[in-house]
Design a protein around this ligand. Structure first.
Ligand code: NAD
Length: 355
C-alpha cells in the first residue's frame, strides 16, 4: 500500500512520459511529485503543464532513493527500461513501464523476477490494449460472444514513419517490431485470452532505414544518423499457441503501402474487424450468422476516457485499493518472448520454440 492517500509518482522520460504523467496528475488520487530526464529544459517545459511542484532529477538512481515517491513511470528508450525499473523496485517503488518491457528477453525476465519478489505493483503501460475498442472486444471475448477464438491477424503499418528523434529507436534493441508490432501483438494476444505461445516463425529486416529512407513524414535524415541503423524496419510472422490457435502479426515502419493499424478476430460463433485501432474513431465491425443469414453490426462506442486515463486509473487502483493488476510486467515478458522468438526466427530462417 502507498504511504499516502494519493499515489506520488515520478515520471521518467519526457516523451511518452507526458501523456502518462498528465493522466496520473489528472486523476483525483494521483499526483506527479517528480520528473526525471537527462535534460532539465524538457522537465521544466513539462512541469509548467502540471499542477503542484515537481522535484527535478537527472539521475534516476538518486530519484529512486527519494522516500517521498511511491511510484515510478519508466518512459525512456527501450534499452533503459530494465535498469531504471530494477532500481525502482529495489527501492520498493511501484512501477509502470512503457512498452516494450525491454530490449531483450533475458533483461525482461530479470526485471519481472525482481518486481514480483519485491511485491510492488508492476504494470505495463499499454496504450492499445487499454483503448476502449480493445477493452470492449476483450470483454466480449471473456463473455463468450466469439465462441472459441482460434485465429487472429493484427498489423501496424506506416508508409514513412521511422522515428529518428532518438537513436534508441534505430539502434540494437529498438526497431519497428518492438515499437509498433508489440502493441498489436499484445492487444490481439490479450483478446484471444492470453493463450500459451509455443512457437514463432517470422521474417524481419531493414529495407528503408539504412538507406536514409522511410523516416517520419518522408523527412530526410543525415547520414550520421541512418548509418547507425541496427534494428529492423519491418517484421512479420506467425505465432502458434497451445490449443491450436494462431496469430499473424505484421509491423512496418516504412513500406510502399498505405498507413494502417488493424485487427481481425476469427471465432467459432462470431468475428470482428477493427480498423483503425487508433485515431479518433471508436468504430468496429462484428460478424455473425443469424437465422441462416450474415449479420454484420457496426459498433460505435460513445466517447470515453482515453487509454492514458484508463492506464493511470488502473495503476492507482492496484496501488491504493489492492486491485489485481490486469497488465502485469509478466504479460510484457510473454509478449517479449513472442517478439524475440519471431525476430530470432527471421535471423535463423527456422521456426523457434518458445519455452
Ligand atoms: N503508445 C505508447 O505506449 C508509446 C508511444 C511512444 C513511445 N513509447 C515508448 O516510450 C519509450 C520512449 O520513446 P519516446 O518516443 O518517448 O522517446 P523520446 O526520445 O521522445 O523520450 C525519451 C526521453 O527519455 C530521456 N532519457 C534517456 N535516457 C535517460 C535516462 N538515463 N534517465 C532519464 N531520462 C532519460 C530522454 O532524454 C528523452 O527525453 C520507448 O520505449 C517507446 O517504445 C510508447
Amino acid at each position: 500500500m502507498a504511504s499516502s492517500k494519493k499515489v506520488r509518482a515520478c515520471i521518467v522520460g519526457m516523451g511518452i512520459g507526458r501523456p502518462n504523467g498528465r493522466a496520473i496528475a489528472k486523476n483525483p488520487r494521483g499526483e506527479v511529485v517528480a520528473l526525471c530526464d537527462l535534460f532539465e529544459d524538457r522537465m521544466r517545459g513539462f512541469a509548467k503543464e502540471l499542477p503542484g511542484e515537481q522535484k527535478l532529477y537527472t539521475d534516476y538512481k538518486k530519484m529512486c532513493r527519494d522516500p517521498e515517491i511511491d511510484a515510478v513511470f519508466v518512459g525512456t528508450p527501450n534499452q533503459l527500461h530494465v535498469p531504471i525499473a530494477l532500481e525502482a523496485v529495489k527501492r520498493d517503488k511501484h512501477v509502470l513501464v512503457t512498452k516494450p518491457l525491454a530490449d531483450a528477453e533475458k533483461a525482461a525476465a530479470k526485471l519481472v523476477e525482481a518486481a514480483e519478489k519485491a511485491g510492488v505493483v508492476n504494470m505495463m503501460s499499454l496504450s492499445t490494449r487499454f483503448r476502449d475498442t480493445c477493452c470492449y472486444l476483450g470483454d466480449l471475448a471473456r463473455k463468450g460472444y466469439f465462441g472459441e477464438l482460434y485465429y487472429a491477424r493484427s498489423r501496424s503499418i506506416r508508409r514513412s514513419g521511422i522515428p529518428a528523434w532518438n537513436l534508441g529507436f534505430i539502434q540494437k534493441g529498438g526497431g519497428a517490431f518492438r515499437d509498433m508490432g508489440v502493441h498489436v501483438l499484445d492487444a490481439a494476444w490479450w483478446i484471444l485470452g492470453m493463450p500459451k505461445p509455443i512457437s514463432a516463425s517470422g521474417v524481419a529486416g531493414a529495407k528503408f532505414g539504412p538507406r536514409g529512407l522511410g523516416y517520419g513524414k518522408f523527412k530526410k535524415v543525415e547520414k550520421k544518423i541512418y548509418s547507425q541503423y541496427a534494428a529492423d524496419d519491418y517484421g512479420g510472422g506467425f505465432i502458434r499457441f497451445e490449443g491450436g490457435a494462431g496469430l499473424q502479426v505484421e509491423s512496418f515502419w516504412a513500406c510502399h503501402q498505405p498507413n494502417e493499424v488493424a485487427m481481425e478476430l476469427f471465432g467459432t460463433e462470431a468475428g470482428a474487424r477493427v480498423t483503425p485501432i487508433g485515431g479518433q474513431t471508436n468504430v468496429m465491425h462484428l460478424y455473425r450468422t443469424e437465422h441462416d443469414a450474415p449479420q454484420d453490426v457496426a459498433v460505435t462506442l460513445p466517447p470515453g476516457p482515453d487509454s492514458w486515463d484508463n492506464i493511470a486509473t488502473h495503476f492507482i487502483e492496484c496501488i491504493l485499493d489492492g486491485k489485481e493488476c490486469s497488465a502485469p510486467l509478466r504479460h510484457g515478458l510473454i509478449v517479449q518472448q513472442m517478439m524475440e522468438a519471431l525476430l530470432k526466427s527471421a535471423e535463423t530462417g527456422k521456426e523457434v520454440r518458445i519455452k
